[in-house]
Design a protein around this ligand. Structure first.
Ligand code: F6R
Length: 242
């Protein structure tokens, strides 16, 4: 694992954006696995800025997001589709038809999950997967569990995650209880993984996940087994590393 320690969130965002834009420049037709949440916001802002300066071109890129809440339509303000459109896609020249998220409101979610895995395979896999890490060590919405789930699946969010995500909703009771998420195999098959973390509240889990035993109880720990992970994290998030 390559570790890049940055002074703060802003520098973390710029460095991670650099890696993503290098990927797009090196392979304009690449498949980017993308994440939502607070951590990547600055990365998307930076990429938009470079796009506007003509430094990066997304016209041939395909994106496949990690996850989506169940029971929210794509135009709901807290859906991940909405987040991606508003914070990234509509500001760059990616073709809307080449942007994919699991359809959280699909009636037949099992079919939606297997179609999503088939899509990833058809695209030839993910060239680069951007990941954040949850307070409980989740990646995508792969929550701590007794075993890893390989493919895209429906998951019951843990109360801790619902609580953490309630900051984006008008109340904790408004947070969906279920989500569709890529599985651990989908993520681990990415050719390159960029894991980003920022702030003191991620320090303990980041250290545990990357230096402790590999266990589905801390889903992100599986990243220790991936041959090409780049961790980009700020000093606060890395305070427990020697
Ligand atoms: C988001 C996702 C989640 C987040 C994680 C951290 O698509 O898959 O795993 O990366 O919950 O979220 P933030 O960045 O808000 O702390």
């Amino acid at each position: 694992m390559q570790i890049i320690k940055t002074t703060d969130h802003q520098q973390m965002s710029r460095y991670a954006a650099n890696i993503i834009s290098a990927q797009v420049i090196m392979k304009p037709t690449c498949v980017l696995g993308l994440a939502t949440g607070a951590t990547p916001m600055g990365i998307y802002k930076q990429l938009i800025e470079w796009y506007r300066k003509n430094d990066v071109d997304f016209s041939l890129v395909t994106s496949v997001n990690l996850d989506e809440y169940c029971d929210l339509s794509g135009d709901h303000e807290q859906s991940y589709r909405y987040y991606m459109n508003e914070n990234f896609f509509r500001h760059i020249n990616i073709a809307p038809e080449n942007t994919f998220l699991p359809a959280g409101d699909a009636a037949d979610y099992e079919k939606e999950c297997s179609d999503y895995d088939a899509l990833i395979q058809r695209l030839g896999g993910l060239d680069l997967q951007l990941l954040g890490i949850g307070h409980d060590g989740h990646i995508g919405f792969n929550e701590p569990a007794d075993e890893y789930v390989p493919g895209t699946h429906r998951v019951r969010l843990l109360d801790e995650t619902i609580e953490a995500n309630s900051r984006f909703f008008s109340g904790v009771d408004k947070v969906p209880k279920y989500a569709l998420t890529m599985g651990i195999r989908d993520i681990m098959q990415a050719k390159k993984i960029v894991l980003v973390a920022s702030g003191e509240e991620k320090a303990e889990i980041l250290h545990k996940a990357l230096t402790g035993p590999v266990s589905p109880r801390i889903p992100a720990s599986v990243l220790q087994l991936h041959p090409n992970v780049i961790l980009v994290a700020d000093e606060m998030a890395m305070q427990h590393f020697a």
